[in-house]
Design a protein around this ligand. Structure first.
Ligand code: ZN
Ligand code: ZN
Length: 174
């Protein structure tokens, strides 16, 4: 999700730019993919651009219970400052003191890419035991069918086999 910020970077601090977004975000180094919609307010700061984004994200997930894919909708409020790696006028690399690797950067092309931030914020939202629905019935341990969609006879068969085994042990011997 790219925003061209060259003009904003040239402006004096306090200048704002409001963008509405509707796009699909993919992060190359992960399986992450989601659709986002919302608005992004970009404000010029002393050194960079402050991002205030209010997004509704539809995130592809896999249910930890039945392993089905499902879509989770989350609201993301992103507040981050982005720092330009290069000086817009001189083209030289900026010396940004006290700004570590955890920060977000604006690349050489003066494009601010919000994808990583969306990914990070969305990851915070994801629970370890994600479930497709509150009462997901999960999978049958014997035949693997999805109890949300189908039924199977494994449990009954098991009972029957147990019963048969039990009856078998009582079979009179001659
Ligand atoms: Zn499920
Ligand atoms: Zn079964």
């Amino acid at each position: 999700m790219d925003f061209k910020v060259a003009t904003l970077l040239k402006a004096s601090s306090g200048n704002k730019k409001l963008e509405s977004v509707s796009s699909t975000i993919k992060v190359d180094r992960s399986e992450f993919k989601c659709d986002v919609e919302g608005s992004v307010l970009l404000t010029k700061t002393d050194v960079g651009v402050w991002v205030s984004a209010y997004l509704s994200a539809k995130i592809d997930r896999q249910c930890g219970n039945c392993l089905d894919q499902y879509v989770e909708s989350v609201g993301l409020g992103i507040e981050e400052e982005y720092f330009p790696l290069f000086n817009l006028v001189t083209g030289e690399r900026n010396e940004l003191e006290g700004i570590g690797e955890d920060n977000f950067y604006i690349g050489e092309d003066n494009v601010l890419d919000l994808s990583d931030a969306v990914w990070q914020y969305a990851s915070l939202h994801s629970s370890i035991n994600s479930k497709c629905k509150e009462y997901c019935k999960g999978l049958c341990v014997d035949c693997g069918i999805n109890f949300n969609k189908e039924k199977c006879n494994c449990r009954n068969n098991k009972k029957n086999t147990k019963l048969a085994a039990l009856l078998g042990s009582f079979r009179p011997t001659d």
